[in-house]
Design a protein around this ligand. Structure first.
Ligand SMILES: O=c1ccn([C@@H]2O[C@H](COP(=O)(O)OP(=O)(O)O[C@H]3O[C@H](CO)[C@@H](O)[C@H](O)[C@H]3O)[C@@H](O)[C@H]2O)c(=O)[nH]1
Ligand SMILES: [Mn+2]
Length: 739
């Protein structure tokens, strides 16, 4: 009882980071002010021969790029204003019988890209969470309507019947069977003979389970369909015998949901799937909290639910707290993470920084959220059921579930269970949400393909808060995209989805300021507009180089007192990242992150921006290609050895390689020019810029000229890119002289 008044969690403000970050913001901003002064005064006040000889267009382009870069930099500072972290005290949580129930939502869409065994591992790990089993309900949404997934789930249930009691008995920490048995010794659980025998027997059963799923796949294939009726199946009731056995053998309820899909009806991708789950689970278990997981994000620490409850049940924070977000972390990251697949900065710096404001962005997976936060203000207002139906759709059962917070469930009486399943199918039909507020004001929003970001943003705008909780043992582990092709493809979807929001009526600059803090708005704006980095990066990768080739200087010469501003800004922006990296990564991560940022900005973010603009003017439709989660040994090997895998489309390779060739040419010719004709003091920054691009692009040069393996850059691509650079050089040089 004495623990009752003690807090369930503590918040730590990172004072040292705050001092460093804010000082850097101040100094860097002054430097930017000088830069702007230099550029503007150059145009306005200097009327020297030099100004008249310098073409205006490249100058303007570079200035414009500097402004965009500085602006995105400036709004991004909000992330560094007030970083915080938390400690939780699980031992102070109430007894099991007082804990609230949790529904777990897992989404899958295509067994071809998301192997069934992996999905089932996620399902099993969620069922094995350290939480009272009668308060845990696991739902799998199968957007592909694949019978392989349904049958795989039945097998998973059978295996869970032995796996979960084993985990409970021996206090296993890693409850994802695949990951558990992959650990070389798998001694998580002890060393006793009893344990070892049991472990080996469970391992055998696991292998049998895998074989059976494989067998099903061979027998029925892994086809998916875009045209199928709704299917809802509660996998099986509990068949425990004696009361004493309940704690050991009882399993959480497991439900398969495949919402109806018809080619004529928009299905809204993952957001649509999650909304169907919200409705279906509302009439089956209606738990007040929901854990959402992508199909590859298995639970790596069974205590995550209890840790999240330390925030949700804390009387000081609970009423406005919508969700507790854990970082996305990945099991397949190598020490030299060349693609920054772990998104280090996002999950260690940005989200931590937002944690000190309204809270982190909803990140698609790995968060515990309050069900009511999805229902908007309607429920609190106590409106009459008829009015609710216009917002939530015609199902009486569902309206009852939101009004009375009632827990319908207990599927033991067949008649009532049949009618419940019928209602659930109705709720999962594709026309259910149309003409209602689903996707517009209720549930996950449909306006952007980045449904998580947009929905989280509107929650924060409604006054909800969130918490970011990062622990040393990852709570959830997923499979990162460890090859260039998947990474860049995913990058298009993300940047297009984020920019969708920026270009919609939810644009953070317009929608946010009156509804949330200024700094919170800035964070959301940065995330939405960072794909626009592609513009300045393309300029910086081409214009100074083109000018160098033509002997045109666009930066101050060394003797000019403004000269120092440019290297200073470059180093200062790199410096703060270096500081972050030394706290959370290493020097190599800094290079890797910076390089992949350059690659992504000039390719996938460029395409993402184009995609978003085209969707905006109605020239393209939204699409969501699920990220590939199939292991490819050869790709994994290249990634592990820190070698880029250039087996990707020309669409990505050509611009990347063309940029590198352009910089090579400009560096060599530019150097030759200054050696022969002098003028290094005027050209030094441009020479250094080309040199920097080349150093950072070393893996691309290596892939083009040195490597002989399959992952190299194919010769035709190099030739095509060289041609592109040449065309650019010729056209660009002509333009330069004209303007
Ligand atoms: O029509 C669809 C498409 C996807 N999914 C599921 O959505 C999840 C995320 O898809 P994935 O291809 O893994 O996307 P990522 O790029 O890895 O996802 C990140 O970005 C998404 C937003 O673009 C978020 O929804 C995710 O949670 C976040 O992890 C997966 O479980 C899919 O099965 C569906 O259920 N239906
Ligand atoms: Mn994913």
């Amino acid at each position: 009882m004495e623990d009752f008044h003690q807090p369930l969690h503590l918040c730590h403000v990172h004072k040292r980071s705050i001092i460093i970050n804010r000082s850097q913001i101040l100094i860097h901003s002054i430097a930017i002010a000088f830069l702007i002064y230099y550029r503007v005064s150059y145009f306005l006040f200097q009327n020297s021969a030099e100004t008249r000889n310098t073409p205006t267009l490249p100058w303007l382009l570079v200035f414009f790029s500097e402004l965009i870069l500085s602006f995105i930099w400036l709004i991004g500072r909000a992330f560094r204003w007030r970083p915080v972290s938390h400690t939780v005290f699980q031992e102070r949580l109430p007894e099991n019988d007082k804990l609230p129930a949790i529904d777990v939502f897992i989404c899958t869409v295509d067994p071809n890209r998301e192997p069934t065994i992996g999905v089932m591992n996620t399902v099993i790990s969620a069922m094995a969470l350290d939480y009272p089993p009668d308060k845990l309900h696991v739902y799998l949404s199968d957007d592909g309507g694949s019978s392989l997934t349904l049958k795989g789930m039945r097998e998973a249930w059978e295996f869970a019947k032995c796996w979960i009691p084993f985990c409970r008995r021996f206090g296993i920490q890693n409850r994802c069977p695949e990951a558990y048995f992959l650990e070389s010794l798998a001694h998580d659980g002890g060393n006793s003979d009893e344990f070892l025998t049991e472990r080996d027997s469970i391992n055998e059963q696991y292998q049998v389970f895998k074989e059976r799923v494989k067998g099903i796949k061979e027998a029925i294939g892994d086809t998916t369909s875009q045209d199928h009726p709704p299917v809802v199946e509660v996998i099986e009731g509990n068949d425990h015998n004696s009361k004493a056995e309940i704690e050991q053998t009882m399993l959480p309820r497991l439900v398969y949901v495949s919402r109806e899909k018809r080619p004529s009806q928009p299905h809204h991708f993952k957001a649509g799937a999650l909304n169907a789950l919200l409705r279906v689970s509302g009439v089956i278990s209606n738990s007040p909290y929901i854990l959402m997981l992508d199909c590859d994000m298995y639970c790596n620490d069974p205590t995550s639910a209890r840790q999240a409850m330390c925030f949700h049940l804390d009387p000081n924070s609970s009423s406005s707290l919508a969700f507790v977000q854990f970082p996305q972390r990945f099991h397949n990251i190598s020490t030299n993470d060349i693609y920054d697949c772990q998104y280090r900065a996002t999950y260690s710096v940005l989200w931590q920084g937002m944690g000190g404001l309204e809270g982190p962005v909803l990140s698609g997976t790995g968060f515990y959220i309050k069900r009511v936060s999805f229902y908007g203000d309607y429920v609190q207002k106590g409106t009459d059921p008829m009015e609710l139906k216009s917002s939530f759709g015609p199902s009486n059962e569902f309206i009852k579930s939101i009004l009375h917070n009632k827990n319908p469930n207990i599927i033991n009486n067949t008649e009532s269970s049949n009618s419940l399943i019928k209602e659930a199918k109705f709720l999962a039909s594709c026309s259910y949400g149309s003409q209602t507020k689903w996707g517009k004001e209720v549930g996950f929003l449909y306006y952007a393909i980045a449904e998580d970001y947009l929905t989280g943003f509107t929650l924060h705008c409604k006054g909800w808060t969130s918490v970011f909780h990062n622990t040393s043992r990852p709570q959830f582990l997923g499979s990162a995209t460890t090859n260039l092709n998947d990474l860049l493809t995913q990058g298009i979807r993300w940047s297009s989805g984020l920019l969708d929001v920026g270009l919609s009526r939810f644009c953070p600059f317009i929608y946010g300021p009156s509804k949330m803090s200024f700094l919170g708005t800035m964070c959301y704006a940065e995330l939405s507009f960072f794909p626009l980095y592609c513009l300045p990066l393309w300029c910086f990768g081409t214009i100074p180089q083109l000018c160098l080739l033509n002997g045109i200087s666009i930066y101050p010469e060394v003797s000019n007192s403004f000269f120092i501003i440019f290297p200073f800004i470059f180093m200062s922006s790199g410096g703060v990242v270096l500081y972050d990296v030394f706290v959370t990564g290493g020097f190599r991560s800094w290079i890797n992150e910076h390089r992949i940022w350059m690659i992504k900005s000039t390719t996938s973010h460029l395409y993402g921006c184009l995609d978003a603009f085209m969707k905006r003017i109605g020239m393209r439709e939204a699409s969501f290609l699920a990220t590939n989660k199939v292991d490819d040994d050869e790709q994994a090997m290249l990634y592990k050895n820190g070698m880029f895998d250039f087996r990707t489309s020309a669409m990505f390779l050509a611009p990347m390689v063309a940029l590198v060739i352009l910089n090579m040419v400009s560096f060599v010719v530019g150097m030759a020019r200054v050696i022969l004709f002098g003028g290094l003091e005027k050209m030094i920054l441009q020479v250094l810029m080309s040199f920097y691009v080349l150093v950072m692009s070393y893996p691309i040069i290596q892939g083009m000229l040195i490597r002989k393996d399959k992952g190299r850059i194919p010769l035709p691509i190099t030739i095509l890119s060289a041609a592109l650079s040449l065309i650019f050089l010729l056209l660009g040089s002509t333009f330069l002289i004209m303007y």
